[in-house]
Design a protein. Structure first.
Length: 206
């Protein structure tokens, strides 16, 4: 059973609907006991970094996630803000994150953007750096739907699974061990998102 983590932010129903389309059994829950014992987790999110972390701490979700992900090593997928919360710090609200990655979340630098606008909104092609069960290398371009103003900057190059361009190149997918995070919205990305969700369901981390 996949648990979609409810911490008060995010389009939970859209993620659930996409999982149902690809045959995924899932529930939405903010109960720390349910989260701690989940077989597989999705950490979605739309909104403010600092608010997301505050909500999770107040509801006891941080400890439950750490238990499931770091101790039990359950597969987890972070989506948009959910991915950003996996970093150690977020510029948006100057808040500490889950610190699953040596990464910081920063705002797009408008001075480097050229004609590109912030937020980054719409369809963009991503470029995987290496093969991964959830995001395999392919000769075909994979496009996903983005809506964001902030992105993760990883300290370890090995944690960067894919890049994207919007004014300049930024990290759009991070991964290590049983954890993967995507800056885009697979639940809004039609066949590309459906395929990614299916691969996440089938993924058995080494």
């Amino acid at each position: 059973m996949i648990v979609i983590v409810d911490y008060g932010l995010g389009n939970l129903a859209s993620v659930q609907n996409m999982l149902h389309k690809v045959g995924g059994e899932c529930i939405i829950s903010g109960d720390p006991d349910v989260i701690a014992e989940a077989e597989r987790l999705i950490l979605p999110g739309v909104g403010f970094f600092a608010t997301g972390m505050r909500n999770m701490r107040e509801r006891g979700i941080v400890a439950a996630l750490d238990h499931a992900v770091l101790r039990q090593r359950r597969p987890v997928l972070g989506i948009c803000l959910g991915m950003q919360l996996m970093a150690r710090h977020g510029q948006e609200g100057d808040a500490l994150g889950l610190a699953w990655f040596d990464a910081d979340v920063v705002r797009f630098d408008q001075k480097r953007m050229g004609a590109a606008k912030v937020p980054h909104m719409g369809w963009s092609v991503i470029a995987p750096r290496y093969d991964h069960p959830v995001l395999p290398m392919s000769d075909n371009e994979e496009r996903f739907y983005f809506v964001h103003t902030y992105y993760a900057v990883c300290e370890r190059p090995a944690d960067v699974l894919a890049d994207c361009d919007h004014g300049y190149t930024f990290t759009c997918v991070i991964a290590k061990d049983n954890i993967i995070g995507v800056q885009f919205h697979p639940e809004k990305s039609h066949r590309f998102g459906m395929a990614l969700m299916q691969r996440f369901i089938d993924w058995i981390p080494a």
